[in-house]
Design a protein around this ligand. Structure first.
Ligand SMILES: NC(=O)c1ccc[n+]([C@@H]2O[C@H](COP(=O)([O-])OP(=O)(O)OC[C@H]3O[C@@H](n4cnc5c(N)ncnc54)[C@H](O)[C@@H]3O)[C@@H](O)[C@H]2O)c1
Length: 331
C-alpha cells in the first residue's frame, strides 16, 4: 500500500515509517518538519516526502495522489503545548482533521478508503471512584483542550463515514507513550523520569503520585498502526480501539520506582502541593488484542533501559527544546 503518514517525522511517525517499510509498504511522509527531518533521514531513498501543512487543502490534495491509506498523526501533542498555542491547536488538532477528511473523501477526487487516526485515552479524564477499568464503551470526560480536540476529531471522522460509502476509518486511542525513537521526546512521564534520574540523580512527583497512567512503548505503537491497517476492513472499519497494555497500567509513583530500580542512586522528591496532571485511569486493551491480534512486546523496564543506554552513548544536547513539545511555538 502507498500510505500517507501525516506527522511522519515525529516521535511516533518515524517508527511508523520504519514499520511500513519493513512490511513492504510505501510511506509518503507529509509533515511541517517542526523537529527537522533527521529521524527519517535513513529512509529518504525509500520514501516520498511532502513538506506541507495539513491545515492547507492545496498541500494535501497534491500529496494524496495515488495514496491507498492515511495514518493521521500530525498534531500538537500534550495539554501544555495546546494551551500555550491555542489558535494553532484549534486549527491543527481539529480543523486539519476536517480538511484532511474532506479531501480524501471528496467526490471530485479519488477516495482514500482506509484512514487511521491517532486519538488518545486522555478523552476519559479522571475516572477514579467511577470505573476500575476503562473500556472503549466507558463514557468520555475530557479534562483538557487537547483531549477535547481528540474527541472532536473522532466525531468529524465518524460523521463523514456515515455520509461516504466505502470510507473505512479506524480510531486508535493511544495510552501514554514511552521509549526511544530517533526523534526522542523527553516530556512524556516515563522518558522525563528516566532523563532526570540519569542527568540529575533525582526526579519529582507532583501530587500524591497515586494517579494511574497507562503506558505503551513507541515501537509497539508503530507495529499496531501497521497491523491494524493490514487487518481486513470488516474488523476495523468504524471501530475505536485502545492501544496499550494492561501490564503497563501503573501509578506515577510506581513508574518512578521502576526508574529507580535501574538507577538506584535516584532521589525521588514527593511534591504533594504542586498541581499535577489530573488524568487517572486504567485502560482495558483487550479489543485490539482480540480483534487485530496485536500484542505489546516491550516492558516499561525495556524502554527505560534503552533510553539510559542512548543518553550514555549519544552525545546529543539533551537539554534542547527540540526534545520537549511543551516549549515549542507553533504558528
Ligand atoms: N506521544 C504520546 O504519548 C501520544 C499519546 C496519545 C496520542 N498521541 C498522538 O499521536 C500523534 C503523534 O504524536 P507524537 O508524540 O509523535 O508527536 P510529535 O510532536 O513528535 O510529532 C508530530 C508531528 O506532526 C508534525 N506536524 C504538526 N503540525 C503539523 C501540520 N499542521 N501539518 C503537518 N505536520 C504537522 C510535526 O512536525 C511532527 O513531526 C499526535 O496526533 C498525538 O496527539 C501521542
Amino acid at each position: 500500500m502507498r500510505v500517507l503518514v501525516t506527522g511522519g517525522a515525529g516521535y511516533i511517525g518515524c517508527l511508523v515509517v520504519e514499520e511500513l517499510l519493513k512490511n513492504n509498504h510505501k510511506p509518503i511522509v507529509f509533515d511541517m518538519f517542526n523537529w527537522g527531518k533527521e529521524a527519517i533521514e535513513p529512509y529518504l531513498d525509500q520514501i516520498d516526502l511532502f513538506e506541507g501543512d495539513c491545515r492547507n487543502s492545496r498541500d494535501i490534495i497534491y500529496a494524496l495522489e495515488g495514496v491507498d491509506a492515511i495514518i493521521h498523526l500530525a498534531g500538537i501533542v500534550g495539554e501544555f503545548a495546546c494551551n500555550s498555542n491555542s489558535k494553532a491547536h484549534f486549527s491543527i488538532n481539529i480543523e486539519s482533521t476536517r480538511t484532511l477528511i474532506n479531501c480524501c473523501t471528496d467526490p471530485e477526487l479519488d477516495l482514500v478508503r482506509d484512514f487511521i487516526y491517532a486519538s488518545s485515552c486522555s478523552v476519559y479524564g479522571n475516572v477514579k471512584g467511577l470505573y476500575n477499568e476503562v473500556t472503549e464503551e466507558t463514557p468520555t470526560a475530557p479534562l483538557s483542550s487537547y483531549a477535547h480536540a481528540k474527541l472532536r476529531s473522532e466525531q468529524i471522522i465518524f460523521d463523514r463515514m456515515k455520509a461516504v460509502p466505502h470510507f473505512h476509518p479506524t480510531v486508535l486511542r493511544l495510552t501514554t507513550v514511552f521509549g526511544w525513537s530517533s526523534r526522542p521526546r523527553l516530556d512524556l512521564v516515563t522518558n522525563l523520569f528516566a532523563y532526570n534520574a540519569w542527568k540529575k540523580g533525582e526526579l519529582s512527583i507532583f501530587g500524591d503520585g497515586l494517579q494511574y497512567r497507562s503506558l505503551i512503548h513507541v515501537r509497539d505503537i508503530a507495529r499496531a498502526f501497521v497491523q491494524t491497517l493490514e487487518a481486513p476492513r470488516f474488523m476495523r472499519s468504524g471501530k475505536i480501539f485502545h492501544l496499550g497494555e494492561e501490564k503497563n497500567n501503573k501509578t506515577v509513583k510506581k513508574i518512578a520506582e521502576i526508574v529507580k530500580e535501574q538507577l538506584p542512586e535516584t532521589k525521588i522528591n514527593m511534591c504533594p502541593g504542586q498541581p499535577s496532571d489530573r488524568r487517572d485511569y486504567r485502560i482495558n486493551c483487550q479489543r485490539l488484542k482480540n480483534v487485530i491480534g496485536w500484542e505489546a512486546e516491550y516492558s516499561i523496564e525495556d524502554g527505560i533501559k534503552e533510553l539510559i543506554e542512548k543518553f550514555e552513548t549519544l552525545n546529543w544536547d539533551w537539554e534542547s527544546d527540540k526534545y520537549r513539545n511543551s516549549s515549542f511555538k507553533y504558528i
